[in-house]
Design a binder for this molecule. Sequence first.
Ligand code: ASP
Ligand code: MG
Length: 401
Amino acid sequence: MDLYVQKFGGSSVANTERIFNVARIVTDTYKEGHNVVVVVSAQGDTTDDLLEKAAEINENPSKREMDVLLSTGEQISISLLAMAIEKLGFPVVSLTGWQAGFLSDSNHGNAKIRRINTERLETELDKRNIVIVAGFQGLNRYDNITTLGRGGSDTSAVALAASLHAQRCQIFTDVDGVYTADPRIVKNAKKLDAITYDEMLELASLGAQILHNRSVEMAKKYNVELEVLSSLEKTKGTIVKEVVKVEKMLIKGVTKDDDIARISVIGLPDRPGIAFKIFSALAAKKVNVDIILQSIGRDGTKDISFTVAKNHKELAVQTLEEKMDILGAAKILSNDDVSKVSVVGAGMETHPGVASTMFEALFNLDINIKMIATSEIKISVLIDKKDAEKAVIAIHDAFDI
Ligand code: ASP
Ligand code: MG
């Protein structure tokens, strides 16, 4: 008997009609003779609403209590879905994260799953129950409730699929797969049949918000094949796996990320240890740095620019301003009217000319590139935010995807 793990996001269980829709997908799978473990997120905007509620009471609550609160959203979903499945006449049991055996570290609000004690789950499956598990939550070693970070239910699902050696891990969502670009921006964007874990990781971190990054990392680590598909339309989704057969598709996606700021430290002394000082100061404040660019030294000075997530801009600037003297910097500039536009594709590893095609498309639009970063399977450029949408469209066209 095959085991299916099926995960449904918040919009897929947002109201009664949607819950019954999910109940039908789950029970259809069960009727085919499979065991089914379902992971659900909180309904609709519940998690955001809970965050707001908390802020009304206390603008700085302890992380422990925040997790107690946030974990309730998923508990509502599991019970309602279980009731719907009961109503359809199938054997079902709902389990919270801790009942399902999710043990995590103690990093409240962004906890990592350590392991899953699968005993209870296996007992329920042996009874041929459909098991509904609350995503996004676990228990730390002190028996305190933890949550896994926004979007963390995807990771709950992948962890379950890995621990239970499921044959399938299906992530149902409100889009019907992974596209070559955001279809709202690029009208002729195409749905991909398959994509590698590495490509998906690049796309996810580049702003294509379909899967929680950590879930893809975990899927790669435990070799769990994922299928991203729509809960509302019966169409084939996109498979995420280790190797995708080499096809003529050089580029898998073009993305843009507006959640970015550039910071430049100007007039630094051109000697060893400067970059170290800057980035260790930022690391100490847990500021995540993305693209880094250092200018050539001229007349004994150089500039270092880097990008951070927008919400880290103030902290980064403040951290470095406090260090101006030690660094010997002349000034610090920051700008968040920028976007990062990227192309991703494992094919570029063995194929020259990708960068030049991308840059030519930008040149044709007279768009100036402020920074460039590359990895084996990705090229990113930083450009003015106002140009980002037309850049994505033009680059997508240039690669004839
Ligand atoms: N409910 C949580 C959130 O909104 C977890 C999830 O949806 O995966 O982030
Ligand atoms: Mg999600």
